[in-house]
Design a protein. Sequence first.
Length: 808
Amino acid sequence: MMKFNVHVKNSNIYQAGNSRYLFLQLEVESDEKYFVMHAEIDGEKYEPTELFEFADEIYSAWFYIRLSDQQDLNEIALISHCRNGSVKRDQLETADIPVRSIIGDIYGVSEFKNYTQISGWSFSYLGGEKYSITDESGNEQKISVRNTVFQRTIESGITDTDNALSVGFLITFTPMKGAKYFLNIEDGASKLSIPVKKDMISEPGFSFVRLVKAMTKENIDKGVKYLHEYGFKGFGHKVLNARLEKFDYDAWFYRNRAQQIELEKERAHVFSYAPKISILVPTYNTPIDLFEEMIHSVLNQSYSNWELCIADASDKDNDIRLKLKQYQDSDPRIKVTFLSENKGISGNTNEALTLAAGEYTALFDHDDLLEPDCLYQIVKSVQNTHYDVLYTDEDKYNDDSGRYEDPNLKPDFDPDLFLSHNYITHFFAVKKEIIDAVGGFRPKFDGSQDYDVMLRCIEKSHDVYHIPKILYHWRMHEGSTALDPESKMYCYVAGKNALDEHFERTGINAKAEIMPKPYWGMYHIHYSTGNNPLISIIIPSCDHVDLLKNCIQSIINVSTYRDFEILIIENNSKNQDTFAYYDAVQKEHSNVHVYAWKSDAGFNYSSINNFGVEKAKGEYLLLLNNDTEMVSPDALTEMLGVCMREDVGCVGAKLLYKDDTVQHAGVVAGFSGFAGHVFTGIGKKDLGFMMRAMLNGDYCAVTGACLMTKKDIYQAVGGLDEDLRVAGNDIDYCLKVRSINKLVVYNAFALWHHYESKSRGYEDDFEHVQRFDHEIQIFQRKWHSLLSKGDPYYNKNFRIEDGPYILK
């Protein structure tokens, strides 16, 4: 008999002025991972919204329901629907549910050598929550509090972006060994007291980074195949089949896709702007069962103003022709042209385009599937702004297992990642006037015809909008490109040619290179460095002459780019060996200079670099830590070529620890109310989620340990903020660069070692954490809007509270 037990661990009525919410913390013990819930309150149906989820042996989550104004709460029932058809009804006791003005919880406890940190969330209608940590005797502990973002409360509308940074918290304190502690949260009217348990969460949710880290060469002896065996598209498919016991993406998708209650509301909704969407489908001897499922996924759309434009080049005796005629006769929205010859994928799609009469066209493969709310979400997105181009997230549907796999949870439009591979793929919609203007599809790019047409459409577009929802399923079956990436090498050649023509059209001096197996389908873009401008390499230095010497010698001995000067910015060294080295290196190399920074105000990393920039003669600056070492001879060429683009403001490198695992491959804004590196700890050649560790791409920020920028931009935005003496100045600089509409690019081919200790956090004791938190508060005040809305290059289906790449 199937086990399915629902336990209400916590229930509260949150009173926010005239609005009331029922909050439920549920624990579900179940053999069935595929379930959804709705609530019945006094006979009225509600769909609970999940606020936070823990996927462990027992599924635990917070849900909330917005109540009607006069709801009495006489009877509450939770109805669980399992995919196997079973339904379970659980009655809740309503008499003792407390009414509070404040609600919150802990979702993480982390122990460090000298302190403990508690992560959680809380919000109060009254505002001004106060936090304290007390022991069993009520003695209050010394704490440092940092505010963080808790996105679900913004998405739900319970809090707005103005108050986003008052919801999450990260509290640091120094515990006594063996003592028990309580977190207290109060707002003057209500008080919560939550016990602090070390085992509250060890590894919440499903982390793609953790999974990828388990797929490195070093772990082959543990029975896990190295991911490179699987090629481009097969990689994600194989990786996700090595599923974690604590999490199942297929079950996550089942719970998070639009449910029937929501779809019914969508079907009844009337948009003020309701454009017709023309879906283009070229067919050629498509298997009948796959073809019919494709068509039914369109017929089942919750938005009805669409037309399905099919160009069929199937053999005349193929059964699909009869089926097409039947569908055409049954629904006037289905338009079909029967071709006398197979014109190839581009020619056939162009024939489908001639049938289109909608404001938007969308590309749909003949054997794939749409989610029922796909078109609804597109039309919802264009209500205020009629975007030129839109795209959605996607996953793959495995015919053999019947499971959804390999979610492609994309960033908002990322030009550099898009030039590295066609990450947009499906579902792609564009205004018909634009696809007509660029001339539709070109047969010489068959195999990558979608990539080519997307490049040309985006060139003509003013805006590209990303819908962060899984709305398209790329079907994996025998013969599918999704399953067999090696079957069509010509596709990758066509993609390279499409990129090279894009560069010619846009006047960019660059060439695309197909990356070698197993990275087929990905491209290394080589940019020209033109007249080879001077790079000023600025290295702050305080003793540790062995590190500095290694850094400088690596640049001088390894770099193939020779137009550089090195500026050593001396600050407070004491060792005479350091000054002896300064003299020697300047005598040996005419392009190495030492300048002494002095200040009575104490160490200030921002001020040191700003001083160095004043001495720099180059058009381009490279801010570089003294504990780095150049690995790839073309590292400067790689970074400079990208940085010379008009649309780019600064460029970061791929930094590796001594053991060649990744230290830096881009920075996401928002982690713990600040920012964090992604892909730390994966192997040098590991792809990372969506291949982003191995490819150039855009981020909100890159680390200042190795950061190239234009000198005029550095000066225009005011350099590094000297109020941020130690922490956050590099992230702040990148965000200032983005604020003047310049890109921040991570270059995956510029390799350096960074000999920072892998075990070192931002700071190593409570006092340092307090100083760090103070600087983070300055950072948060400056970038409140970005932190509240979320990093555009980090998909909104991932948690920002405890990332990276952990599904909500």
